[in-house]
Design a protein. Structure first.
Length: 248
């Protein structure tokens, strides 16, 4: 494993208590960063932070609530002294249903967590990054945001929104040493699979030319470089982790 130099950097990983978020947090810690795990499940975040070591900190945060995000920002700033890195990763899949069968309340819930949550977290941390003229932001989108998965319309729409938000914010911050990029992974075998039908899981696997799901460690490897100082030019871009599925 290559060691990306993140010595002295202060990072926030949303949804950091488990799955992709935990893997990313672990990789950033290995690279020398201090990491705040923002998660709605405060108890699980606390357990994860204890397992990851003294440089990991659990912070309760509901990414759909602006006041909660602002409180998490204040707590993190007090603990870490500032935020250099944001990995906006928290998300859910929502139910696997046809558009005409999709409950409006479930649609709103998926969009609130997967898209509005990214917006609120970016909105919170960017002013501090501008003040320091440094920052790295990675937003977790999905191959579904590029191609649109059947029976996952809310998730696909939210992740497409994350891609567009990333491009907009990247352009807005291009005059600063702040890089904003998105990743579009294929499915990873995490607890999010518990929200999906076996039929949908099989569909996703069938579309991956590599013939397997992406490993969370592979996602973390890409994120580690994207949030490093070495990534000093690329912004507003989308990095594929789809195992060959993506066609653009």
């Amino acid at each position: 494993m290559n060691r990306i130099d993140l010595d002295g950097r202060r990072a926030v990983v949303t949804g950091g208590a488990q799955g992709i978020g935990r893997a990313v947090a672990e990789r950033l810690l290995t690279s020398g960063a201090t990491v705040a795990l923002w998660d709605q499940d405060a108890a699980l975040a606390g357990q994860t932070a204890a397992q990851l070591g003294s440089a990991a900190h659990a912070v309760a945060a509901d990414v759909t609530d602006a006041a909660s995000v602002d409180a998490a920002l204040a707590e993190t700033t007090t603990r870490l002294g500032g935020i250099d890195i944001l990995v906006a990763n928290a998300g859910i899949s929502g139910p696997n249903l046809k558009v005409w069968e999709y409950p409006p309340e479930e649609w709103r819930r998926v969009l609130e967590i997967d898209l509005t949550g990214v917006f609120l977290c970016c909105r919170a941390v960017v002013p501090g990054m501008i003040a320091r003229n440094y920052g790295r932001i990675v937003c977790t989108a999905s191959i579904a945001g590029k191609e649109g998965n059947p029976n996952a319309s809310a998730y696909s729409a939210a992740k497409a929104g994350v891609i567009a938000l990333t491009k907009s914010l990247g352009k807005e911050l291009a005059g600063h040493d702040i890089a904003v990029n998105a990743i579009t992974p294929a499915a990873a075998r995490t607890r999010i699979f518990e929200q999906m039908t076996e039929e949908h899981i099989g569909y996703m696997l069938s579309k991956i030319p590599r013939g397997r799901f992406v490993q969370v460690e592979e996602i973390a490897s890409m994120v580690a470089w994207l949030v490093s100082a070495e990534n000093s030019f690329t912004t507003g871009a989308v990095f594929d982790l789809s195992g060959g599925r993506a066609t653009y």
